[in-house]
Design a protein around this ligand. Structure first.
Ligand code: FNR
Length: 342
């Protein structure tokens, strides 16, 4: 099976396996405030992600790897939605286009459609500095995501079994690439230990990619109808992972992702300390089932609903939303208590 076919199957099974609601957001409650003393129009959604300044904390997370015409079409539609709504967008893994430059067009379309927007390149932890430079150049990217997907690889019979040298490669890329490097998980979450390791390598933007939404262990199992089910429920829920990352990542910009579907999820991620919130599977589902115009409306609604939540909380900007009061209960509370995170 080619890389392109595999990537298209991922989209198919991600939609079929569905978006679970297991990210722990139900354990997070805002404390109602009766005197917000502001108006919705005055609210700013601007946020700083490392050195990048974005007009929205919401971004389209990496999905569209593999190359080929279908990837190109998806990238075109997602880039259009990003441009129309002013949100940032990451592409899926560009390794296919690094290995076969004929596939580059399916990624370059993103920059062509959205010349002034924030566009983020994407490669896996196996990439070295030369590949990183080519991926960044392909998109005139504003940042590069490096994804970590150990559990997906281990679930696949033909997947990687050696994971040596990843942190050293990430550090070299961070030192030699002239755009920010974001290290992201892909649905299994980041622990405070992982965050500390990445910070020691100088990484200052992390996307926790938590458990609870798209689940690549389940996707790989469904794809093959085999049963390496060991990892089907493995991972750190997104709400927990944000708190873990914030506790370990001083001077680090934390991005939340993994199972985010609505404005309340986004607000909770930010209140837990995230500077931005990435949505992958849920946006793909909207695009495939309802089309690009519907996706644009959905993102506009998310922005408006986020402003409404911020009005209720009396938070006039992202910084104030990060400082709002929360109560944490249930499994998330137990997890954080046992891990010594308050
Ligand atoms: C992904 N994801 C992903 N991540 C990455 O860094 N590179 C990639 O190529 C892909 N490919 C990909 C394809 C499809 C179809 C999906 C749904 C997802 C992972 C994605 O960026 C994100 O980390 C997880 O999907 C968790 O977020 P959601 O989907 O729960 O919002």
């Amino acid at each position: 099976m080619t890389r392109t076919q595999r990537k298209l199957e991922h989209i198919h099974y991600a939609l079929q396996t569905g978006q679970h609601r297991l990210s722990g957001f139900e354990d997070i409650s805002f404390v109602h405030q009766s005197l917000p003393d502001l108006s919705t129009e005055g609210i700013s959604l601007d946020t700083a992600i490392g050195g990048l300044h974005a007009s929205s904390p919401i971004f389209i997370n990496a999905m569209t790897g593999g190359g080929g015409k279908e990837t190109e079409n998806l990238n075109r539609d997602l880039a259009m939605a990003a441009k129309e709504t002013g949100i940032s967008m990451a592409v899926g893994s560009q390794m296919a286009a690094i290995k076969d430059p004929a596939q580059a067009a399916s990624f370059e379309i993103v920059r062509k459609m959205n010349p002034d927007g924030i566009v983020i390149a994407n490669l896996g932890g196996e990439a070295g500095i030369e590949e990183a430079k080519r991926a960044a150049d392909m998109l005139k990217a504003d940042a590069l995501q490096i994804h970590l997907n150990v559990i997906q690889e281990l679930t696949m019979p033909e997947g990687d079994r050696t994971f040596e040298g990843v942190l050293a490669r990430i550090e070299e890329i961070r030192l030699k690439l002239d755009i920010p490097v974001i290290v992201k998980e892909t649905g299994f979450g980041m622990s405070k230990e992982t965050v500390a390791q990445l910070c020691s390598a100088g990484i200052s933007i992390l996307d926790v990619g938590g458990f609870g939404g798209t689940n690549f262990a389940r996707i790989e199992n469904e794809r093959r109808q085999t049963a390496l089910t060991l990892f089907n429920d493995w991972g750190i829920p997104t709400a927990v992972s944000i708190a873990e990352a914030v506790s370990a990542g001083e001077d680090t910009s934390i991005l939340a992702s993994g199972g985010i579907q609505d404005a309340l999820d986004v607000a909770k991620c930010i209140a837990l300390g995230a500077d931005g919130a990435g949505i992958a599977g849920h946006f793909m589902k909207s695009l495939k089932e309802k089309g690009m115009t519907a996706l644009i409306h959905e993102i506009e609604d998310l922005h408006q609903e986020l402003r409404i939540i911020m009005t209720a909380l009396g938070a006039k900007n992202i910084k104030e939303l990060q400082d709002s009061s929360l109560v944490i209960s249930g499994k998330t509370y137990h997890w954080l208590t046992q891990r010594g995170i308050d």
